[in-house]
Write a new protein. Sequence first.
Length: 306
Amino acid sequence: MADLLPPLKPIAIKDRLSILYIEYGSLDVLDGAFVVVDKNGVRTHIPVGGVVCLMLEPGTRVSHMACALAARVGTLLVWIGEAGVRLYSAGQPGGARSDKLLYQAQLALDDNLRLKVVRKMYALRFGEEPPQRRSVEQLRGIEGARVRETYKRLAAQHGVAWKARNYDTSQWDKGDLPNRCLSAATACLYGVTEAAVLAAGYAPAIGFIHTGKPLSFVYDVADVYKFDTVVPVAFRIAARSPHNPEQQVRLACRDVFRESHLLERIIPGIEEMLSAGEIKPPERFEEQVGPAIPNPEGIGDAGHRA
C-alpha cells in the first residue's frame, strides 16, 4: 500500500506560517511528533513542516532528531539572543545550488551588473525608477536620505517621539521604545527573508548593497519589503507603549506577513531583482563531473534537500 502513495514533499514557503519563537524549552521528536517540552514536562506540538522559521531564544535546547526533521521538511532553525537582537547561528533549510550561487556571484562581482540589480531593488522599494547616471554609492546615499525621512513621517503619523535610528545590541534595554520596536520588527523580517533566500538556493552573504556580513543579501532583500510591512507595525506598537513591546511587535509582524502575502512575494521578488542583470546563469564546463547521484526533481521550493 505504501508503494502506491506519492512521495512526501515539503510545503512550499508561500503556503506556510511565517515564524514562531520558542524559549525555555526543549525541542524534540517524541512519538513521531515535533514538540517543545517545558520544564514541567508538558509537550506542545509544533507543525514544523508548516512553518518557515523557528526562532530559538535563550533557554532553548534542540535534539539531533529535531534538527534532522526540521532540515528534511525545510524549516529554518535560527538561534537568536534575547528579543531577537543577535543572530548566533542558523540551520540551512535547503541546499545551496551551484547554478544559483554562480549566477549570484557573477552579478555581484561585475560592477555594471551589480548596478543594474541595485537599481531594480531601488525601483521595487520606492515604486519609481532611480535617477540615471548614479553609482551604487550615490544610490545608497539617496536611499539613506529617503529612509530617514520615512522614519520621521511615520513617527509623526503615529504620534511617536523620534530622534534617529540608533541602537546598541549589547545594551538592548537602554534603547528608546521606537528603536526597540523597530529592531524587533526587522529581526522578524530578516528571519523569514533568510529562510526564503536559503530555500531558493542563494547565498545570504553575497550582497549587492550591503557587504561584509553573513546576511548581506538578506538585508538587501528585506529592505525592499521593510516599509510595506514591519516598519509601520513598529511605530504603531511604539505609540501604544505596551508593557511588553517586543512580544506585541512579533505578534503584529506575524499578522502583517499573512495579510500582505509576504511569503508568496519574496522568492519571485528575488528572481525579479537578479533578472535585472539580464544575464543567464553560467553553464557547466564540459570537463566538469556531474553528480554521481542525480538530485530528485520537484520537491518543495527550489533549493530544498530531498
